[in-house]
Design a protein around this ligand. Structure first.
Ligand code: SF4
Length: 338
């Protein structure tokens, strides 16, 4: 049966390109609060090239939330869903089946929205879906620093309770070369401020970002920055040099040499040895592709990870085991694809 375009437009809502894997694991509903990246300059990042950052109109965002509500009602009523575009239906269906508990606000830095507008969207979300237990977003450190503590607290009290921040490295040279746009000190202050405002904080670290040359500095200074923040979660996202990234061109010009899988594991060993945190250390992404002696993944890829400091020795033993595996079996780890 053919449908008029307006039939499917009626039940369509906007979905951005990425979300953290653990939000996929909990089948989070994706609500696009902003489009693309407000910074868009990190040398390693392939995601938003040539895409302009845009704040979305609050009315538009609320309309998307209301559309999800209507699809949700149609599911309950057992209505004909042929007029709902497949990508919207599959997302709402997974969310519906998992109990409609979590929402992830896209895209890469939704905290940058004016605070009153963000609070307005959060209020609407919680009013429309009272079953929500958690709303989450990515946030850049410089954006966290630009908001007052009171504003951050308002946002958290309105329901955005978990922030994912790309720390990447605690080494200033690495951060500069990678054009991250923040210093280690800013990352530390932002992390502390987010914790002070009561957010549950995930800091993302990128093993391999210092390349072969700055591997040790990257490890030591990242551990030091994390020690000063002591976030709830430390999530490992090893570097891959994507062909469309600026880093790929740097590599071709000989300005960056990726480190080998073993050297990267050594880097991780230095980092973990120097961590003095009470965080959960997570390897919850397939990019953590190191193998154990049996050929299985070396680290548990669960979203809750290893509890530090209790499981630090266990993680260090796993690293030793990984180092005993022939490096030629691990060549995919520094591959130039995602
Ligand atoms: S890594 Fe994050 S902040 Fe950097 S360009 Fe990509 S999306 Fe933007």
């Amino acid at each position: 049966m053919l449908h008029r375009k307006s039939d499917t437009e009626k039940y369509s809502f906007e979905i951005g390109p990425i979300r953290p894997p653990n939000e996929g694991g909990s089948k989070s509903l994706l609500i696009r609060a902003t489009r693309n990246c407000s910074w868009n300059r990190c040398a390693f990042c392939p995601f938003y090239h040539e895409k302009k950052f845009e704040l979305r109109d609050v009315k538009e965002i609320k309309k998307d939330i209301d559309t999800v509500k209507r699809i949700n009602e149609m599911l309950v009523e057992g209505a004909n869903l042929e007029t709902v575009p497949y990508h919207c239906l599959s997302l709402v269906l997974a969310w519906f089946k998992s109990g409609r508990r979590t929402v992830f606000l896209q895209d890469s830095n939704s905290l940058i929205m004016p605070t009153d507008q963000l609070v307005d969207v959060l209020d609407h979300l919680r009013e429309v879906f009272p079953s929500l237990k958690r709303i989450t977003s990515y946030a850049r450190s410089d954006t966290i620093l630009r908001k007052d503590l009171d504003e951050l607290t308002d946002v958290r009290e309105a329901g955005l309770t978990r922030l994912h921040v790309g720390l990447e490295s605690g080494d200033d040279h690495v951060l500069k070369v990678m054009k991250k746009g923040v210093t280690a000190e800013q990352n530390i202050r932002a992390g502390r401020k987010a914790m002070e405002a009561g957010f549950e904080l995930s800091e993302y670290v990128m093993p391999g970002l210092g390349g072969d040359e700055y591997s040790e500095e990257h490890a030591l200074n990242t551990a030091e920055a994390l020690n000063k923040i002591d976030p709830h979660y430390i999530r490992m996202r090893p570097l891959t040099v994507h062909p469309s990234s600026e880093l790929y061109k740097m590599q071709e010009r000989g300005e960056f040499t990726p480190n080998s899988p073993h050297r990267r594991l050594k880097e991780l060993e230095i980092m973990v040895k120097n961590l003095e945190v009470s965080s959960k250390l997570c390897f919850d992404h397939a990019l953590n592709g190191w193998r154990n002696r049996e050929g299985a993944y070396l680290f548990d890829m669960g979203y809750e990870g290893y509890r530090l400091p209790e499981e630090k020795d266990h993680v260090l033993k796993l690293i030793q085991e990984g180092l005993s595996v022939d490096e030629s079996l691990l060549s995919g780890i520094t591959a130039t694809n995602l």
